[in-house]
Design a protein around this ligand. Sequence first.
Ligand code: APR
Length: 237
Amino acid sequence: MKPEMNPNKILVFTGAGISAESGLQTFRDSDGLWNNFRVEDVATPEAWTIDPALVLQFYNDRRKEVFAAEPNAAHYAVAKLEEKYDVVVVTQNVDDLHERAGSTNVIHVHGQINYARSSSNDTLLYPLAEGAPIQLGDLCEEGSQLRPHIVWFGETIENYELTRKHIIAAGKVLVVGSSLQVFPAAGILKKARYNAEKIIVTQKLDHKPSGFKLLRGNATSLVSSVANDWLNGNRVF
Ligand code: APR
């Protein structure tokens, strides 16, 4: 039985583009991470087996950049929506910029850069303060090597069921800064209700999911404008 659609519930689905104006690289833009690194060298379980030091270094560098970054106007606009709406942020991003901007209900589907995890027991998580690195020889309480708490290609997405529950109840869905090329994360959007108000803010998008209106441009200006409309009780389109 599908739950009622709640007009006061907003699901915000974000990707690397919302953090780009905070200075963090995206993945598939011309200056993106996957133009400088091969996924198979740094972001798969096989990479971890072959060269764990290289994988640790890749994420230690990302973690330092996240620690040095600040939330931008788009993160703050998303947080401001909580003044009037029940907001759930589902993010593919592993940074903590939504939390630092004040969003109180953030669901990470690809992990979190500020946590280490036991490589033998997924339930053992360890917060990493101030961008601290994970080194070879850093062990969990069961004696296994610590790894980044990141969902690598080929691993199972986190919180999928929780995210599905939220999106089918959302009266508004706002997608920000994702190329929507990675599944099953991007597939979550297919669960959005037909009559929900559905908007995508991004600079470039190859395939727009049906039912969504596209606002092409920068997240900092466009998300602020969408949030203002919704906070004033107006539809965007
Ligand atoms: N404002 C709005 N959108 C932007 C901005 C900006 N300033 N800068 C870039 N974008 C858009 C790009 O046009 C693109 O559509 O953000 C999107 C970034 O796409 P990707 O780099 O593919 O990032 P993302 O969609 O988050 O990738 C999903 O892929 O590698 C995996 O696990 C990784 O979570 C990541 C997943």
